[in-house]
Design a protein around this ligand. Sequence first.
Ligand code: C5P
Length: 312
Amino acid sequence: MSLIRPEARSEREVRVRAPGKINLSLRVGRREPDGYHPLSTVFQAVSVYEDVVASAGTGLTLTVTGAQADRVPTDETNLAARAARALADHVGLDADVHLHIHKEVPVAGGMAGGSADAAATLLACDTLWRTGLPREVLHELAAALGSDVPFGLLGHTAIGTGRGDQLAPALSRGEYHWAFALQAEGLSTPRVYAAFDDLHPTVRAVPGSDVALLQALRAGDPHAVGLALHNDLQEAALELAPGLAEAIAVAHDAGALGAIVSGSGPTVAALARSRQHALLLAAAFTAAGVADSVLTAVGPVAGARIIQSGHE
Ligand code: C5P
């Protein structure tokens, strides 16, 4: 027999899980007057997750636990708090919610952890507040928060253009196993883009797409995907964090199918032949002393999704 206590019914909470990402390919064009760069990128969502629990509260409050939680702001500058505020403003509600974030994705690591928090928060608050916004509206709110937030909602594999926020799902067969070399010290995305501008003053206005990679994903061929991994920001990230070159070399020596800086770095992503090989690559990173910590993961995985909802 279950007893429903009236006061408990108000403690409704929604738990949403959103994935981190890697850019299998990231091609960057010339900086535009608004400061942003046109991109052509292929995202893959990977099984490193952020969990956001949204529960009824008074005002907007935030707590954070998990990996590198001490490096995450808990005031209104936090991207998840801004997501809750943006959704509340859009529908004309007070942003009354407590957000609890449990982190697995590295902070400022080039894997869009903060963006995953924002994507998860949009979905969690939309459910908690019963605002029931259409996906397209959530996508628009997401894009206004940051270039990688829409992909946090969508997940799987997608082609990103514009600032990386205009998405089209891409066909992808099979599973891809990854090992990640993480650094304690993050890299600032604007700084990496600025270094890119200095290194490539004559880059073309809009980058081209990545036919070889898309074909390799469609065929489910990890060897071809490994060869097609590409990141235009890598040189800039290596200039700011030269030690990353060693992590890439370690991955190659340990038989990785490919190894690149993830997004704006400093995380290095190495594509493995299997789950076991991913563990071996992670061990190689640790043994060589080129990572402050390591993770393994598989992709592609789903975007933000509700994993628990109801009355406590
Ligand atoms: O959109 P988001 O807030 O994630 O971007 C952070 C910073 O990264 C921007 O302020 C900009 O300096 C840089 N950026 C860029 N071109 C993009 C995406 C981000 O220059 N397409």
